[in-house]
Design a protein around this ligand. Structure first.
Ligand code: BES
Ligand code: MN
Ligand code: ZN
Length: 501
């Protein structure tokens, strides 16, 4: 999506459609449901205000979030249309809401065949922050997953202009960065969206290589032989059951002028299909396990954004890609595997495979010299029980690392919630015959999975993101289609930028 900044008055902008946010200015506090909303466009421009005045005064607009009203040939404006989109109460309206409003505007306009629009940045949010939210949110809204439908309309917005005021150069930089991040998020969503017959580990590695070649990243892909040779016994134990060859994808970003340290390691779970293995999953809902490579796809998309944004910090992206299949070669409950780190693992449930591939991925990242680690994985159903679909789970073995991540996460406008990692939970993964078991029983399943990973991050500052409940949007929302969400990419990119020299 082409993005431009305009410092013109909204009335003077020629566009297929202007978009303006309507906010309720009423100051009453909660409870007073009979109080009439005081709806106003969140911009001071008098021509814009007067174009919308009659409609807003008519009482026909309730002002509920995401409510849309489209005016044709709005009086006094050069735009062909004016889309009014409600954002709820002015008092609480934030950049987080603006992102979603921009996504909803895109979805409203593109379904009508409109290809470009100009969004009037609302007053009350810093100009650069608003530009970023509008451009990123517009990208999120522009994605539709129905690639294999013969009647796919493939309506897309091609160009967005943000109408705002301030230092044009700085705002254009914000817009370009947001465009890179939004496009990278959609790149990740494209990978996640593919079914497993069209997104095998080999294909995922090919897509990573192609992307790396385009943006100038080094990319190495290792197969079964190298995985075994490196003694990645945990990763291989999952891969051994499948006829599809596994792939260890290593993407390296080493910008000129970056200090030797820190080196950030981004490690992703890349299970292109998770049947559960011998501990096979029930048929009902198993088709969803095509998105079990979302963590890996997030890292590939994040590396794309990083390569284009060029922060001065070293980053290594690692994706452990394999299927998890039952077969005559598959590992069995009770098997003992030796991870790359030398730790022995008793396999209790072959469906707890994500932690196995990540154990070797995290250890390998440290071997490559990573001083800070982040992993992303659709790791547990238990995180969905704990946090539902709204928040991803964040785990950290280091408070400074968490604080840094949390502020990146807030800037990126993604919802995540910290979960505990106390030593008490380690009891649950103690094995009587090996160093550790790969499951920890019924209670606190997201935490015991994270405790397992912690054994392989050891003392390296590390963040674990469990995105099982958030990587796939279960039902469509005004601002986003049903399907892959691209969660965590924006936070990761912001986090990496925070280390830049
Ligand atoms: N890929 C699943 C987790 C998952 C569940 C992702 C729902 C997305 C949506 C993971 O590999 C898994 O199977 N976890 C098991 C662990 C259990 C066997 C300890 C689970 O959560 O049931
Ligand atoms: Mn599983
Ligand atoms: Zn899985």
């Amino acid at each position: 999506m082409k993005t431009t900044i305009s410092l013109s008055a909204p009335a003077d902008v020629e566009t297929e459609s202007l978009v303006a946010v309507v906010l309720d200015q009423a100051t009453s506090t909660s409870g007073d449901t009979n109080k009439k909303p005081e709806l106003k466009i969140a911009a001071t421009d008098p021509a814009l205000q007067s174009a919308a005045a009659d409609l807003l005064a008519s009482g026909e607009v309730a002002g509920k979030p995401f409510e849309t009203n489209l005016l044709h040939k709005p009086g006094g404006l050069k735009g062909k249309r004016l889309l009014l989109i409600s954002g709820g109460s002015a008092r609480s309206f934030s950049a987080y809401d603006l992102r979603r409003i921009a996504g909803a505007a895109v979805r409203t306009l593109k379904s009508r065949g409109i290809r470009s629009f100009a969004f009037v940045a609302p007053a009350g949010i810093g100009a650069a922050e608003a530009v970023r939210a509008i451009v990123e949110g517009a990208h999120v809204g522009n994605f539709d997953p129905d690639y294999y439908r013969s009647d796919r309309k493939d309506q897309k917005i091609d160009a967005v202009t943000v109408i705002t005021s301030g230092d044009k150069g700085a705002l254009e930089k914000a817009a370009t960065e947001a465009q890179v991040i939004g496009a990278s998020q959609n790149f990740t969503r494209d990978l996640v969206n593919e079914p497993s017959n069209r997104m095998t580990p080999t294909i995922l590695a090919e897509r990573a290589k192609q992307m790396c070649a385009e943006v100038g990243l080094k990319c190495e892909v290792y197969g079964a032989d190298k995985i075994k040779e490196m003694k990645m016994g945990a990763f291989w134990s999952v891969a051994q059951g499948s006829d599809e060859p596994p792939a260890l994808i290593v993407m390296t970003y080493e910008p000129a002028g970056a200090p030797p340290k820190p080196v950030l390691g981004l490690v992703g779970k890349g299970i292109t299909f998770d049947t559960g293995g011998i501990s096979i999953k029930p048929a009902d809902g198993m088709e969803k396990m095509k998105y079990d490579m979302a963590g890996g796809a997030t890292m590939i998309g994040a590396m794309r954004a990083i390569a284009l944004l060029k922060p001065k910090v070293k980053v290594i992206g690692i994706v452990c890609a394999t299927e998890n299949m039952p077969s005559g070669k598959a590992q069995k409950p009770g098997d003992v595997q030796i991870a790359m780190s030398g730790k022995s693992i008793e396999i209790i449930n072959t469906d707890a495979e994500g932690r196995l591939v990540l154990a070797d991925g995290l250890y390998y990242a440290r071997q490559l010299g990573c001083t800070h680690l982040v992993d992303a994985a659709t790791l547990t159903g238990a995180v969905v029980v704990a946090l539902g679909y709204a928040n991803a789970g964040v785990f950290a073995n280091d408070d400074d690392m968490y604080t840094r991540f949390h502020s990146a996460n807030a800037k990126a406008g993604e919802k995540m919630w910290r979960m505990p990692l106390d030593d008490e939970y380690k009891e649950q993964i103690r094995s009587s015959i090996a160093d550790i078991m790969n499951t920890g029983g019924r209670w606190g399943g997201a935490i015991t999975a994270a405790m397992f990973l912690k054994e392989f991050a050891e003392d390296t500052p590390w963040i674990h993101l469990d995105i099982a409940g958030t990587a796939w949007t279960e039902e469509q929302k005004p601002w986003i289609a049903k399907g892959p969400s691209g969660i965590a990419l924006r936070s990761l990119v912001e986090f990496v930028k925070s280390f830049a020299a």
